[in-house]
Ligand binder design. Structure first.
Ligand code: KG4
Ligand code: ZN
Length: 333
């Protein structure tokens, strides 16, 4: 089954052509980072306008790169939520209209399920069941994954998402948006033990997370050290990152042990973090567990993961209708 995937939930306009949920023929991502960078975060209205401009060229490019004609498509899968409503609507309405014009089925897909299914676009995907840490700009949760469409929440953030904490700390340090990549790079030049920040909920009593207190601790440190903090930015970045990574790696490994799973996956934008990848691998190794992490391109938002997820719904007979709408917030089912 040849599926065109479309993703416009936040600040990336993406389209991809994927065969049978596993083979990526093309994947095109048009990022809006330059537009939102000066604001230190995504400006929803600007995002929607940019998606409007980009959607037709991005889909055209994905089809051309796949070597497929639109008439060869069997179906379309599109992100239905969660995300920015105005941004989602651009991809969703485009998918609806395109599928109608081509007279093929289409299905709305949960973006978070997409991140988990990104694992199956790589070689050696994890066998079910496994435990997955999904850490992105909008979500941070641990799931017990029983199938391509079956998930149970084991723990989740009670306030900020991990990626959001990276972005907010980067903004405080004047590093622009998005903050994850730049903190990841700067942290390699700093000492993670020089400035030690709190480790929220670092115990086995819950698999939930909290990053808002950590963010406040960084803000307080900056306020108290206004005259010197500029020279300490690599140490602040390393100290902050180490705190996030400590909590994420500890929780995902212990969730896997609690659930009796031998396989762990980390997905979402924050899974691109080098220290997190290294630490989860190390902690998992000590416990004899296997770690699966998608390549960097598949960690951040893309449409191949949406097509891969849509495949499993479509083959099970689930299709969307013209009256279906997008949603801004929802937990993975
Ligand atoms: O999954 P994603 O592309 O979009 C959402 O669904 O939110 O994740 C974006 C988030 C941003 O908060 C960004 O700062 C973070 O992922 N991120 C990183 C890294 N690369 C991206 N966080 C830490 N280290 C990185 N290397
Ligand atoms: Zn995402």
């Amino acid at each position: 089954m040849i599926i065109l995937g479309i993703e416009t939930s936040c600040d990336e306009t993406a389209a991809a052509v994927v065969v049978d949920g596993i083979q990526t023929l093309s994947s095109v991502v048009s990022s809006q980072i330059d537009i939102h960078h000066p604001y230190g975060g995504v400006v929803p209205e600007l995002a929607s306008r940019k998606h409007m401009e980009a959607i037709v060229p991005v889909v055209t490019e994905a089809l051309a790169a796949s070597g497929m004609d639109s008439k060869q498509l069997d179906a379309i899968a599109v992100t239905q939520g969660p995300g920015l409503v105005g941004a989602l609507l651009v991809g969703f309405c485009f998918a609806k209209s395109f599928a109608f014009a081509l007279d093929i089925p289409w299905v709305g897909v949960n973006h978070l399920e997409g991140h988990i299914n990104s694992l199956f676009l790589e070689e050696n995907p994890p066998p079910f069941p496994f435990v997955a840490l999904l850490a992105s700009g909008g979500h941070t949760s641990i799931y017990y994954v029983t199938s391509h469409t079956g998930f149970e929440v084991v723990g989740q953030t009670r306030d900020d998402a991990a990626g959001e904490a990276f972005d907010k700390v980067a903004k405080m340090l004047g590093l622009g948006y998005p903050g994850g990549g730049v903190i990841d790079r700067l942290a390699t030049q700093g000492d993670p033990e020089k400035i030690v920040f709190p480790r929220p909920f670092l115990d086995k009593s819950t698999f939930d997370f909290s990053f808002s207190g950590l963010k406040t601790a960084v803000r307080r440190y900056i306020e108290k050290n206004m005259d010197v903090y500029q020279e300490q930015i690599p140490d602040i970045a390393a100290g902050f990152q180490e705190s996030v990574v400590d909590v994420l790696s500890f929780k995902v490994v212990h969730a896997a042990i609690m659930k009796g799973c031998e396989h762990i996956a980390i997905v979402g934008g924050v899974a691109a973090n080098n220290r997190l990848r290294e630490r989860v691998r190390h902690e998992a190794d000590l416990k004899g567990l296997t770690v699966h992490v998608p390549s960097i391109d598949l960690c951040s938002d893309n449409a191949a993961m949406i097509a891969a997820t849509g495949y499993h719904y479509l083959t099970a007979g689930t299709v969307s209708g013209l009256c279906d709408d997008v949603y801004s917030r929802v937990r993975v089912t």
